[in-house]
Design a protein around this ligand. Structure first.
Ligand SMILES: Cc1cc2nc3c(=O)[nH]c(=O)nc-3n(C[C@H](O)[C@H](O)[C@H](O)COP(=O)(O)OP(=O)(O)OC[C@H]3O[C@@H](n4cnc5c(N)ncnc54)[C@H](O)[C@@H]3O)c2cc1C
Length: 501
């Protein structure tokens, strides 16, 4: 008896069935050729060492939801335990694969995988289809339109896409036919792993505030889009970094994992804005989505985008190293309550507001600690639910005034900034409970509280809560001079066109 060949859809950052053209292509191919359909996702055994616990939990939930949604289409998700580059070639033979689909991902982890798989597939005569579906625009076409160079400003990026017609979303509504179901469709060995199997002990974690999955993503999107007035009036700078409940959509974890299609978000936004007076980019909600497109374009067009050295858009700055300071920052122990509250919220919940990210990124780099943005980006990679290769690197470069933003003399004050939107320090009291009995006058600067006040509040500075690790008023002035010198040097080197050491 001849074996029935298979069609694979390889899920990566597209954990959804809505607006998934690559998945639909796989289904159609299997249907037309009467082949088996096998939607797969690879989980590496050591994933725990690469993905932070909150994000791993979000991922597992997203995979469970994807599996449930695929089952509604009369198929399932095949979880393969192992590295894609090692396992996929084995599956090519075992399953007699003739056709493979996936989405275009620009993160170097995936582009490297694609190169290897392409070579193997060619030798085995396997047809590969990749679809642009993680971004609203095809970022490679945008780069081409800009003479294959990166648009260095947001406005320039907008001008490049202003006439581009955004394609409609596609839906998969038809059930997969019985003849596309492989014999092993019910095999437990391909089930989504439990947290236990991944050796993840979530007993010490708070319940996940933002549960993973396409179902929750679409629910959240619809909930926000129903608030048309809110959408039309949205201006990012007027949202607050320190409300207890988020003042922006928190759709980012869903978009980053592909549980939500950026294109669906785009079309829903257009629908909500249609015929109504509304805010404009860069501050509007549509403008936020365009920031994502901007950084994706920059990331796709820049070698070593997530590093300083060898990155053509990044100013070379002689950052220092200080393991103790880095650790204190990452663990929320800098002695600056606003900074510490943000970092603790990040670690606990996996999401913080954009302006809160501004505060802590500025503090780590050019503002106070003079530590490389690459170090900060690594900590964010570990903690963020919405970690995204190009958005993380691009925004870190912005905040450290290494690329895209150059007004390095504008430094966030760890004392004054938070007060603008939370005078009473309620946010600090939630995330830095040691200080919850502090009077409002000292909540942002507890070191200024007299000893008697500290004792009454039950928190002695230097004993129950750390002393400041640096004096912002002093260090930020020193850092301004260092930034100024680095900019000058970069300018001179550029003028001389001398390669940097
Ligand atoms: C240092 C630093 C690191 C960051 N790292 C990441 C990251 O790894 N992943 C990530 O998704 N975002 C990152 N951001 C961007 C931004 O902070 C988040 O996208 C945003 O806060 C997510 O919250 P939201 O979904 O409520 O955003 P909303 O304000 O509701 O915006 C809607 C969507 O627009 C996109 N968006 C909003 N702001 C930006 C921005 N500045 N750049 C790019 N896209 C944006 C996101 O997809 C977001 O979900 C980073 C920002 C900074 C300053």
């Amino acid at each position: 008896m001849t074996k029935v060949p298979s069609v694979i859809h390889w899920f990566r950052l597209d954990l959804r069935i809505h607006d998934n053209l690559a998945l639909r292509n796989a289904i159609n191919e299997a249907e037309n050729r009467k082949h088996f359909l096998r939607p797969v996702y690879f989980i590496e055994p050591d994933i725990k060492s690469k993905v932070g616990v909150n994000r791993l939990r979000f991922l597992v939930q997203s995979l469970q939801d994807l599996d449930a949604n695929l089952k509604k289409l009369n198929t399932r998700l095949y979880i393969i335990r192992g590295n894609a580059v090692e396992e996929l070639p084995k599956l090519f033979d075992k399953w007699q694969v003739k056709y493979l689909t996936s989405q275009v991902d620009i993160d170097p982890i995936y582009t490297k995988q694609d190169e290897i798989i392409d070579e193997i597939a060619e030798k085995k005569d396997i047809f590969i289809v990749r679809r642009v579906q993680h971004t609203v625009y095809d970022v490679h076409s945008v780069l081409k339109k800009n003479n294959n160079s990166v648009p260095m400003t947001y406005q320039k990026f907008l001008s490049l896409v202003q006439d581009v017609q955004v394609k409609d979303c596609i839906e998969i509504t038809k059930q997969v036919s019985e003849h596309c179901k492989p014999k092993d469709i019910d095999s437990k060995k391909y089930d989504v792993p439990s947290l236990n199997e991944l050796e993840l002990d979530d007993s010490a974690l708070e319940p996940l505030k933002y549960p993973g999955g396409e179902t929750e993503a679409v629910r959240r999107l619809n909930m926000y889009m129903a608030r048309r007035q809110w959408v039309c009036k949205f201006e990012k700078p007027n949202s607050s970094p320190n409300t207890i409940e988020p003042s922006t959509t928190v759709l980012s974890p869903y978009i980053s994992h592909g549980c939500l299609s950026a294109k669906l978000f785009y079309h829903k936004l257009k629908e909500a804005l249609n015929g109504m007076p509304h805010s404009q980019p860069p501050v509007s909600l549509l403008g936020q989505l365009m920031w994502r497109e901007f950084y994706y374009t920059a990331g796709a067009g820049t070698e070593n985008f997530d590093k300083m050295v060898g990155n053509s858009v990044c100013t070379q700055i002689p950052w220092g190293t200080n393991e103790e300071h880095l650790k204190a920052w990452a663990e929320g122990r800098t002695g600056y309550p606003f900074v510490d509250a943000i970092m603790r919220q990040l670690k606990q919940e996996g999401w913080i507001h954009h302006l809160a990210r501004h505060m802590v990124a500025c503090f780590l780099t050019r503002g106070d600690l003079w530590i490389s943005w690459e170090q900060g980006a690594k900590v964010f990679e570990d903690y963020l639910l919405d970690y995204d290769w190009s958005l993380n690197a691009g925004n870190w470069m912005w905040l450290s005034a290494s690329a895209f933003f150059y007004k390095f003399f504008r430094v966030y004050s760890p004392v004054a900034f938070g007060k603008k939107t939370d005078k009473e320090g309620l946010y600090i009291k939630k995330y830095v409970p040691e200080l919850k009995k502090y009077p409002t006058a000292f909540i942002y600067e507890p070191w200024k509280a007299p000893k008697s006040v500290q004792a009454t509040a039950g928190c002695i500075i230097g004993q129950d809560y750390p002393k400041r690790i640096v004096d912002h008023d002093k260090v930020h002035k020193d850092n301004l001079q260092k930034m100024s010198a680095a900019y000058k040097l970069n300018k001179e080197r550029k003028a001389l066109k001398r390669p940097l050491k």
